[in-house]
Design a protein. Structure first.
Length: 316
């Protein structure tokens, strides 16, 4: 399913960004923008290189242009043609804007007020995945929740009510109870968006995308998805010890990891990278300075923009 989604994305990108520059007429150009990988099988029938597409159309199939096998057209090896296609797409994607998603789990906690202040001062969008019971632990945490909910640069989402009490295997072994836990959090936190992240699981389930992490939790994600939730995981994780402010992964290492995911197109969606952090990482000034420094490093790129998870993924 993920490969199918990536193929869809790549083909739309190719049609709109690469093929239209090959000198085709306006009628053919408009037609080519409708090409998607669903109209063909990846092997042996694969898309021809851009220079061969215009005069090699075979038929219109279910509203989608269909291309016959490459080796029946011009005796080009399928692997070579596929590599040419991918290279063309990647070259065009590199010219396009990149999208950063700063996400923070487990709030409200002691670091939440600092996160709220930093993203406000830096003027960047951020996404927080909240735990229902945390908001009731103290007046300060209740205030932190309100700060998040009132901040236009912050969108608040669902990370369950109990955080599985940190017994994830047991929690997801009863999918109905786990689903009910999320529903309780949604209601008691007063969340506007039906967006969730599963505690202890890097699971994606939105639209026609389904990506599991090999552990239980998939059934709970499916129940949430059927109820209209978008379930999101992450691409890169940054860990800092909340009690010391120290981390084996420096600001520069985290920045380079995110940049590498964008440059090499190895995130779930090209040109989109989701960073996972946790609210309790930023209790101390030392860690807070690191967060500010990471944001500054990312902001130095004029083609990077900060987005909410409700806008994921940005496509072209």
């Amino acid at each position: 399913m993920i490969m199918r989604s990536r193929f869809l994305f790549f083909c739309f990108a190719l049609c709109s960004l690469v093929l239209l520059s090959t000198g085709c007429n306006s009628t053919s150009s408009k037609a080519l923008t409708s090409v998607v990988y669903d109209s063909i099988s990846a092997d042996p029938a694969i898309l021809a290189p851009p220079s061969l597409l215009m005069d090699k159309l075979d038929s219109l199939k279910k509203g989608l242009l269909y291309f016959p096998p490459v080796d029946s057209i011009n005796k080009i090896e399928p692997k070579v043609a596929r590599a040419m296609l991918k290279d063309s797409i990647y070259r065009e994607l590199k010219k396009k804007p990149k999208h950063i998603y700063l996400t923070f789990d487990d709030g409200p906690l002691l670091g939440s007020l600092a996160i709220d202040s930093i993203v406000t001062a830096k003027g960047v969008k951020s996404s927080v995945f909240l735990i229902g019971k945390h908001a009731k632990m103290s007046k300060m945490l209740s205030r932190s929740l309100q700060k998040y909910l009132e901040n236009p640069l912050v969108e608040a989402y669902n990370h369950s009510y109990t955080h599985a009490n940190h017994r994830y295997q047991t929690f997801y072994s009863d999918p109905t109870a786990a689903y009910t836990d999320f529903v309780r959090a949604q209601e008691e936190l007063g969340l506007k968006h039906k967006v969730a992240r599963l505690p202890g699981r890097n699971i994606w389930m939105f639209g026609d995308v389904k990506r599991l992490d090999g552990r239980n939790g998939g059934t709970t994600a499916e129940m949430l998805h059927e109820d209209g939730f978008q379930v999101f995981g992450w691409d890169v994780e940054w860990r800092i010890n909340g009690r010391t402010g120290e981390s084996e992964q420096s600001v520069d290492m985290t920045y380079k990891a995110m940049k590498s995911y964008l440059d090499k197109n190895i995130s779930l969606y090209p040109n989109n990278v989701v960073l996972l952090m946790h609210d309790d990482m930023f209790q101390l000034p030392k860690a807070q300075h690191k967060l500010a420094a990471l944001i500054d490093s990312l902001k130095q790129h004029p083609d990077y923009s900060f987005e909410f998870m409700t806008d994921y993924p940005k496509k072209y």
